[in-house]
Ligand binder design. Structure first.
Ligand code: PGA
Length: 267
């Protein structure tokens, strides 16, 4: 895992947007895995600004979101489809026919899950998957105890997740209890993964998944088994990491390499 501790949350969003823009520059028809929640909002703002400045185009890309609530009426303002339309898709040149979320209105949710896996497969898999992390260590809606090999399926949300998400609803009673979510096995098939964490509320989960054991009790710890993960943190989210100075040292070396600075004494 490449652990990058940046000076503040703006820098996290800039760096995240850089990674998306670099990919789309190289491969305009890349397949992006997208996320909802408070964390990616700043990244989406940055991508929209860069689109408005003519620095990036989304016209040819395909997107798959991680998850969607089950049980909200179609068009509900807190559905993840509406979230994505409002915060990203309608603000740049996405082709809505290429933008996918699990469909919570198919009568048989198991069929919706199977179809979603099929669509990801048909698209040739996900090139870059964006993730946040729950305060309980979840990724997408894979709550603690989720199989590390799980596929897209229906999951019950924990009380902690419903409390965390209650800020988007009038009351916690309005937060759905179920969601369709990509599984951990599905997420792990993405070519590369970008996880963002901001704020002290995420510090414990970040410490657990980066430095703790691989365990279904911390679903994000599965990322320890993925070869290409970048974790972008602000100082508060990184505040419990014990090996922080090592991560900073490695990151500086990595940046020097990427910028082509010769380490040869005569170079
Ligand atoms: P948040 O949620 O970005 O709203 O904190 C992250 C998550 O639950 O994955």
């Amino acid at each position: 895992m490449r652990i990058v501790i940046l000076e503040n949350q703006d820098a996290v969003h800039q760096r995240a947007a850089d990674l998306f823009c670099t990919l789309l520059d190289q491969r305009p028809d890349a397949t992006l895995g997208l996320a909802t929640g408070g964390t990616p909002l700043g990244t989406y703002e940055e991508l929209v600004s860069r689109f408005e400045e003519g620095r990036v185009s989304f016209a040819e890309c395909t997107t798959f979101n991680l998850d969607e609530y089950l049980g909200l009426p179609a068009g509900h303002p807190e559905s993840y489809l509406r979230f994505m339309e409002h915060n990203l898709f309608s603000r740049a040149n996405f082709d809505s026919s290429y933008c996918h979320l699990p469909d919570p209105h198919i009568e048989d949710p198991a069929e919706a899950c199977r179809l979603y896996e099929q669509m990801i497969d048909d698209a040739g898999g996900i090139d870059l998957q964006l993730l946040g992390i729950g305060s309980d260590g979840h990724i997408a809606f894979n709550e603690p105890g989720s199989s590390l090999a799980s596929r897209t399926r229906v999951k019950a949300l924990t009380q902690q997740t419903r409390e965390d998400n209650a800020r988007f609803f009038d009351s916690i009673d309005d937060v759905p209890t179920l969601a369709i979510t990509m599984g951990i096995g599905t997420i792990m098939e993405a070519n590369s993964i970008l996880l963002l964490a901001i704020g002290s509320g995420k510090a414990e989960a970040v410490e657990a998944f980066v430095e703790g054991p691989l365990t279904a009790q911390v679903p994000a710890s599965a990322l320890q088994m993925h070869p290409t993960v970048t974790v972008l943190l602000d100082p508060a989210a990184a505040s419990r990491l014990k090996r922080r100075s090592y991560y900073e040292y490695v990151e500086n070396l990595q940046l020097e390499l990427e910028q082509g600075v010769s380490r040869h004494p005569n170079g």
